[in-house]
Design a protein around this ligand. Structure first.
Ligand code: ES4
Ligand code: ZN
Length: 325
């Protein structure tokens, strides 16, 4: 018999790649608008590619699909579509990552990618009731020198970013390679997050905290392999932005039933529920909440805790956080 599902509590989404919200329909629409030939015959043909075996198999499609993003309007339309859907999901505040480098290497200038996303974010509160922050994420499988150049350019243009992040292929690209980038960001008054412990080892989580001084860890699920690290994360209340459906689809866990979320809650880790790349992993934040609720039978109090964690771990002003709680 189906369990009665509780509604998703109002929450903040802290782990979201805006390029990962590009739905197949919009990919076809933007390709047509920009006169581009897609390597897919149909929506079904494209959808058939959404079977991933690991992070890299997803990243290959993710970087390929974003090639339809060419104009400021493309970035704005993608961002507005996410905000509209997130609003229906119960999201009241979002701190979204974007990958400026992934657009620069295709010849799309920062003014276009950042400007296009920002145009949607600037109107988000009035249009969708969602307050927003923007995080520039850097590709860890590119050289740190490239990241430093892009950060300088973002700072010089006065890009409206609250912080930086670190994403893309994790294993073999440790946080330690990005010490200079995070130091520069900190000097510039920016906050920081970093993907760590998605596919990579617990040591990468420690590096992100000790060497990068990251304010939050994106994913962090592999901390459970190291009990001493778990104790530290609990003691220091380090926010971990967990993405259950993403972990299942990228086979970071064998299945949702084996997802560590309930164990993380039992340990008292500071976790939130997020969608990561909702167009690729079959689920926005409400879908993620529903999935874990269905699978683990979470209580109303546990759902409320997950939502409160997301708000408290956000970079929103104290006033806005109080309003959201
Ligand atoms: C990502 Cl799920 C995930 N992991 C690492 N980097 C990413 N970029 C977009 N989605
Ligand atoms: Zn991510």
């Amino acid at each position: 018999m189906p369990v009665d599902l509780l509604p998703t509590p109002p929450c903040a989404e802290l782990h979201l790649h805006i390029e990962g919200t590009l739905e197949p329909e919009l990919i076809f629409e933007l390709a047509a608008r920009n006169g581009l030939d897609l390597p897919y015959d149909s929506l079904e043909d494209l959808r058939a590619r959404y079977r991933f075996t690991d992070l890299q198999s997803f990243l290959d499609l993710y970087y390929s699909n974003m090639d339809v993003l060419r104009t400021e309007a493309d970035f704005t339309d993608m961002t507005r579509a996410y905000l509209r859907r997130a609003s229906a999901a119960g999201v009241r505040h979002v701190e979204m990552m974007m990958d400026p480098q992934a657009h620069l290497v295709r010849g799309v200038p920062l003014s276009v990618s950042v400007g296009g996303v920002w145009a949607a974010l600037a109107r988000s509160e009035e249009e969708f009731g969602i307050s927003t922050e923007l995080i520039a994420a850097f590709l860890r499988d590119h050289p740190v020198a490239e990241a430093l150049e892009v950060l300088e350019e973002l700072l010089a243009m006065g890009a409206p970013i609250i912080g930086i992040g670190l994403d893309s292929a994790e294993v073999g690209n440790p946080p330690s390679s990005f010490i200079d980038l995070y130091r520069r960001a900190r000097e510039a008054g920016l906050r920081s997050v970093a993907h760590a412990g998605e596919e990579g080892p617990p040591a990468y989580i420690e590096e992100a905290l000790d060497l990068l001084q990251a304010d939050r860890i994106d994913h962090g699920i592999r901390c459970l392999d190291d009990p001493d690290l778990v104790d530290r994360l609990v003691r220091e209340k380090v926010p971990l932005t967990v993405c259950p459906l993403s972990n299942v689809r990228l086979q970071a866990v064998p299945g949702l039933a084996e997802h560590p979320l309930p164990r993380m809650l039992e340990h008292g880790l500071n976790i939130s529920v997020n969608s990561d790349d909702p167009a690729y992993f079959d689920g926005y934040v409400d879908d993620n909440f529903r999935a874990v609720q269905e699978t683990f039978g979470l209580s109303r109090a546990q759902l409320a805790l997950l939502a409160a964690n997301s708000i408290e771990a956000s970079f929103a002003s104290a006033g806005r956080r109080a309003e959201l709680l």
